[in-house]
Design a protein. Sequence first.
Length: 393
Amino acid sequence: MRVIVVGGGVVGTMHAWQAVERGHEVVQIEREAEARGASLRNFGQIWVSGRAGGEELETALRARELWERIGAEVPGLGFRANGSLTPVRTPRELAVAEAALARPDAAVRGYELLTPAEAREINPALRGAFEAALWCGRDAAVEPRTAQLHLREALRTRAAGRYTFLAGREVREVAGLGTGTGTGTGTGTGTGAGPAAVRDDHGDVHRADAVILATGAWLSGLVRELVPDLPVRRVRLQMMQTDPLGEPLTTSVADADSFRYYPAYKSPALDTLNAEQEQAPIAAEHRMQLLMVQRRDGGLTIGDTHEYEHPFAFDTLEDPYEHVAAVAESFLGRPLPRIRHRWAGVYAQCTDTTRVVHRQQVADGVWLVTGPGGRGMTCSPAIAETTANELGW
């Protein structure tokens, strides 16, 4: 079987991984020289702790298994089962953490409530003041900036000529090309068999038994033509990265504002927190939470904000960076290292946020897979596995 994957991000690359693992031939097409979207501009967190129950949690747990397995095969991913800590400082925040512990699925998430001393045994870098910390042992991390590079290299090695990556090609048309050569100027990479085909902006036609469009937040152009009423929106966020901290930050770290953002923490206690403990004005304005993860070079990835209204600004704002830096420093009990990168990223999210992903057949042999939202890095291996199973690969 021959599979074309359109999109070089983590969702597309995991679909390529699933196809190769099942013995198929894969051509992966990316419009940039390398993926440059949300697959790189994220925390690299495999974030089980905050997921809603049911399908979302099941998907995240399965993805966590797959990440660990793939990480053992591809050491360059930097997979580490580092867990996460969410320090809490007020009685209302503590009540939300305690409500999380009372969930029937708390054990599979690895929830524990720790004293400050117990939290510092796990992560000595947390020298700031807090009253307790929610430990989530199932959380993990990888290196987002380089993950796709290492995965593609592993695909080339293990696929024995069955994997091709074509960069700098934008797909302009899918299906409807019959069994001829189409109107493009090139012969493409197809063999003439298979019901599906794509034409790129070089005029080349590529044929396959199945096409997966994993185009991330690129929802215009071809995607809009195929699905004009696509139930997916774009979300913009701001993040930053520091110079090396100079010591290990052994876990991911979140603040209690993350309780307001992640569905696993919904409870009467959260309702009370939202009603009686206001966020800092800048955090409320930009829908902020602290997430902080250490990279393998020692630097910290810190964020983030959420912007939903279009059109997005073209510039980044300094006030949110100052706020999140201050929160991070308050937990570390020390100044942050110099900020060396600041960036904005955009990801695609289903408008029905309870859905893990939007998966839709858009033409004969062609499927669109998009909209995992902030769950893309976490859930991508399981999303791709589900696609492969549903398509009978």
